[in-house]
Design a protein around this ligand. Structure first.
Ligand code: GLY
Length: 345
């Protein structure tokens, strides 16, 4: 078992990484409270809920929502607020997010708003949530106007990452997480990239630990997402456009980001004259069984990028690679975005 401490502005918290440790959660964190509510989804609950309930010492409740992105709404949050209020949850009580990215987002957002903020802990069960979304406090919900448009940055009080959960992930969900894993190699750490290419499964717990270390370093330097933290969006500009064009059903987040990273690598190669960069990025993604091409036209992609409600101030922050292991924020005037993207097609 390894520990990382993340020093955020409002608090520092421990992130534990190990195998088969979730049943001892009460030994890792100070969970002293009258009441604890474990928030989880309909896929995870039958597998892991009971053991966690037995591991905490308080009046323990659970709230199980229907698995899937369609639950990431204000409506689900409102149901949880009412559930907590009915059960008499107070400011000193605790929430635990047991699940993947959707669960972490919902729980974090509820924790940041119920009674203007209560404690919450994360037990991420997907690879993607373990290496990215459970760390750093970004949480939120989708509204009809767009994905993740309502939310907050509210740090958890602790995170427990257990690689045991990965045994029950289906292959597609695991590969999705690998897109975010190798992203850290592309943007920040060439040796992590090499490890992923050489033997991902043999190195998995070291790889996860390194990703968490990198996320900690980035969040500590730019918790509120005004600069460095944006490099975590490598591949996400085109990736989000692809997800949107597929109606958020045709492409998973990881596969869309994988395609986005391949196109962003092509644009990096052209912008910085780095021959071979695209081949290195696309080759490693293919090795991880991730896609690198889309059938959408560059005009469709550019339109979707420009329609994103987050890009409204006339400049788009596009993340490019100077080389493997080094990312840069490249600002493009929105009138030039379509021409810029066209170069990769
Ligand atoms: N998932 C990107 C971030 O935490 O900033």
């Amino acid at each position: 078992m390894k520990k990382i401490v993340l020093n955020a502005k409002d608090r520092s918290y421990d992130i534990y990484c190990g195998s088969n440790i979730y049943g001892q959660i009460g030994g890792y964190f100070d969970l002293a409270a009258d009441k604890i509510c474990i928030i989880t989804d309909s896929n995870v609950a039958p597998l892991y809920l009971r053991k966690i309930k037995n591991a905490v010492n308080a009046d323990v409740y659970d709230y199980v929502f229907e698995a899937g992105e369609s639950s990431k709404t204000i409506d689900t949050c409102a149901k949880i607020y009412n559930f907590l209020a009915q059960k008499g949850f107070s400011k000193t009580d605790i929430l635990i997010a047991l699940g993947g990215g959707v669960c972490g987002d919902i729980t974090g957002f509820v924790a940041s708003t119920y009674l203007r903020g209560i404690r919450y802990y994360g037990i991420p069960t997907t690879l993607l949530a373990q290496v990215d979304s459970s760390i750093g406090g970004k949480c939120g919900v989708d509204i009809s106007g767009g994905k993740n448009l309502v939310g907050s940055i509210y740090q958890p009080f602790g995170v427990l990452i257990d690689t045991l959960f990965l045994n029950t992930l289906d292959e597609g969900v695991f590969n999705d997480g690998m897109a975010e894993v190798i992203k850290y190699g592309f943007i920040y750490d060439k040796s992590l990239y090499q490890k992923c290419v050489e033997d991902t499964l043999g190195n998995l717990s070291d790889i996860i630990f390194r990703c968490v270390q990198i996320k900690k370093e980035i969040v500590e330097k730019d918790e509120f997402d005004g600069g460095l933290r944006m490099i975590l969006n490598f591949g996400h500009t085109i990736g989000h456009a692809i997800e949107k064009l597929g109606g958020y059903e045709k492409h998973t987040h990881g596969s869309a980001v994988s395609i986005g990273m391949a196109y962003a690598a092509k644009l990096s190669e052209i912008t910085y004259s780095k021959t071979g960069l695209f081949d290195s990025v696309a080759g490693s993604l293919k090795k991880l069984n991730l896609p690198v091409e889309t059938d959408y036209s560059y005009t469709d992609i550019a339109q979707a990028v420009l329609n994103d409600k987050k890009n409204r101030d006339g400049l788009l922050n596009f993340i490019l690679l100077k080389e493997i292991g080094k990312a840069e924020i490249y600002k493009i005037n929105t009138v030039k975005v379509a021409d810029f993207i066209r170069q990769a097609f």
